[in-house]
Design a protein around this ligand. Structure first.
Ligand code: ZN
Length: 571
């Protein structure tokens, strides 16, 4: 289906679009676009840079990735072996190449992803390198260009890879605040956590001809819905038709489009008198709070057992907690754009007499309730309702409490048509700038980007038997093991339990559950949740908004920095 770029040493290659045998040099001269049918073959990061920047102008950023394996992940092969193979196969150190250059004499910072390197997956080092690139753009006051090619977050780094969506998004938020142009160029393929963060929350989104972009991949959607996908689903033209990209650009025209955008942005900046923007230089390498090596075993029971508890249909839901842990809940509905998603509930409530905005995923206890609530899987309308309520809370000066319990975002055709990836990306970015305290509690399942869209917070708490993961154990097993039956092994490898995530610094505190689990004594579970939220929220209430936002950003900035910090300490 997809054309493949010619390999070194081959004189001829066959077009993936029309099967014509093409002379390799001719194909390369044509930027790896088939002269016969126009199919765009995938190009690697070094070749992409050659195509985009002024000759000789590229200087790689000095930061070098470290050898990292933050959760000691092993499937059939240890993760470091896969990294070594990817490095040997690509000649690259990681799945992104970052540097400064000029494009049509306009200076800019570029971060170009390379799909050949572990599917262009977003891990801690990739997140850190792109964040450093964004910070360089801020320091130099020049535009940032992100060329994306990725299958999504890197599951071998567990929830730490999920955190990179927030880390990079807040760096983009800083560029927004400074009035600096950010452009993403979607290339084939761009999916998952990359689609749901920096690929879509930039100022201008270009899709290269032939690119496909979405949150959930076509295989997953077909599997879940059991239906055939519409013609051209998730292609660049589909994205344009559904309002998700600014334009579709053939490879030959990409460079010219960037030059035109840079020129326009520069003209605007020259004509505007801008106030001085506080510089947010590269933050110091902050050590992880819960230090030390990650223990190889999970105390307090087996991870798979915890997954089953987290999914138990009797487990208290967000509406249950609103009845028990909070008072006076007034539910607010609708995204103001045409829909009200039943999988997300929210509104005004009181916590120990204090007004708060509560937003959470809603599952249910019976099959009918679960179906009616789409099993707690939010649609884009649900994310946009949550965004509306967050902004309302900011205007009213109310703290936000989020209750996270979702298998993930809705893997459906209409969700993709309505811009699932961009909706999640915008929520993640909005939470990084919200001038009011945010406390998130993972109460059941914290599933990938759908969970993170409500969990970029000042404090992240987790119920004792909840789980929080970059991918479901079943999904991980299906990709990395020979069969789905390996889900229990995948659950252990992913480090998705509360004690694991506390040690990684992703979660600040574990909320104890009654024995044996929350659904055996929902009242006691609600009491523990109320106590924990209060204990973490109260110290935040008097904090000036600027301090709050700065500290929240530091909290998410350290996930990548700690990785480079580990390297710096090791050498
Ligand atoms: Zn062709």
């Amino acid at each position: 289906m997809t054309a493949t770029a010619p390999r070194e040493g081959q004189l001829w290659s066959r077009c993936g679009g029309c099967a014509t045998l093409l002379y390799r040099k001719r194909l390369r001269r044509n930027l790896d676009v088939c002269p016969e049918c126009g199919a765009h073959a995938r190009v690697d990061a070094p070749e992409r840079l050659l195509q985009l920047v002024d000759p000789g102008s590229f200087t790689a950023l000095p930061d070098r990735p470290a050898e990292v394996d933050p959760i000691g992940f092993v499937d059939l092969l240890p993760y470091p072996h896969r990294l070594t193979a990817a490095r040997a196969g690509t000649g690259l150190a990681e799945a992104v190449v970052c540097g400064t250059a000029t494009v049509g004499r306009h200076p800019c910072v570029l971060a170009v992803m390379d799909f050949r390197f572990l599917g262009g997956s977003l891990g801690c080092v990739v997140g850190e390198l792109i964040t450093l690139a964004a910070e360089r753009a801020l320091t130099d006051r020049i535009p940032l260009v992100l060329v994306t090619a990725s299958g999504g977050a890197r599951m071998q780094e567990g929830a730490l890879s999920l955190m990179q969506m927030a880390t990079v998004s807040q760096a983009i938020a800083a560029l927004r605040e400074a009035g600096l142009l950010t452009v993403s160029v979607l290339t084939d393929p761009t999916y998952g956590g990359v689609a749901a963060s920096f690929a879509t929350n930039t100022d201008v989104v270009l899709a290269e001809s032939g690119a496909r972009m979405g949150f959930a991949g076509p295989r997953v959607i077909r599997q879940v819905t059991g239906r055939d996908l519409p013609e051209g689903f998730q292609t660049a033209d589909f994205l344009l038709r559904h309002g998700q990209v600014d334009m579709v650009v053939p490879r030959h025209a990409l460079r010219g489009r960037l030059v035109a955008l840079f020129a326009a942005a520069r003209a605007v900046r020259r004509s505007a008198s801008r106030p001085a923007v506080p510089r947010q230089g590269p933050s110091p390498l902050v050590a992880r709070p819960a230090g030390g090596a990650i223990a190889a075993t999970t105390p307090g029971g087996d991870a798979w057992q915890t997954v089953r508890l987290a999914r138990h249909p009797g487990r208290p839901t967000t509406l249950d907690y609103l009845e028990t842990a909070f008072d006076g809940f007034v539910e607010l509905h609708g995204d103001r754009l045409g829909a009200d998603c039943p999988a997300v509930v929210g509104g005004l409530a009181r916590l120990d007499g204090r007004p708060v905005m509560v937003i959470g995923h809603q599952k249910g206890h019976t099959t009918a309730e679960l179906v009616g609530r789409n099993f707690g899987m939010a649609s884009p309308a649900g994310h946009r309702k949550a965004l509306r309520l967050m902004r309302l809370a900011a205007r009213l000066g109310l703290p936000v409490v989020t209750l996270v319990d979702t298998p993930g975002a809705d893997p459906g055709v209409s969700a993709e048509e309505q811009g699932q990836a961009a909706a999640i990306a915008e929520n993640i970015l909005a939470l990084t700038v919200l001038p009011t305290p945010v406390v998130a509690v993972i109460t059941g399942e914290g599933g990938s980007g759908g969970a993170l869209a409500l969990a970029v917070a000042d404090r992240v708490l987790m119920l004792q038997h909840a789980v929080y993961s970059v991918i479901s154990p079943e999904g991980c097993a299906a990709i990395l093991w020979p069969d789905r039956g390996a889900a229990p092994q995948a659950a252990r490898a992913l480090r998705l339990t509360a004690p694991d995530l506390c040690r990684l610094g992703i979660v600040d505190d574990v909320v104890p559950e009654p024995t044996p689990a929350a659904h055996h004594d929902p009242e006691a579970a609600a009491g523990a949740l109320r106590e924990a939220v209060l204990a973490h929220l109260l110290p935040l209430l008097d904090m000036p908004p600027a301090t709050l936002v700065r500290r929240r950003r530091q909290r998410f900035r350290r996930f990548g920095a700690a990785r480079l910090g580990a390297r710096a300490g090791a050498r």
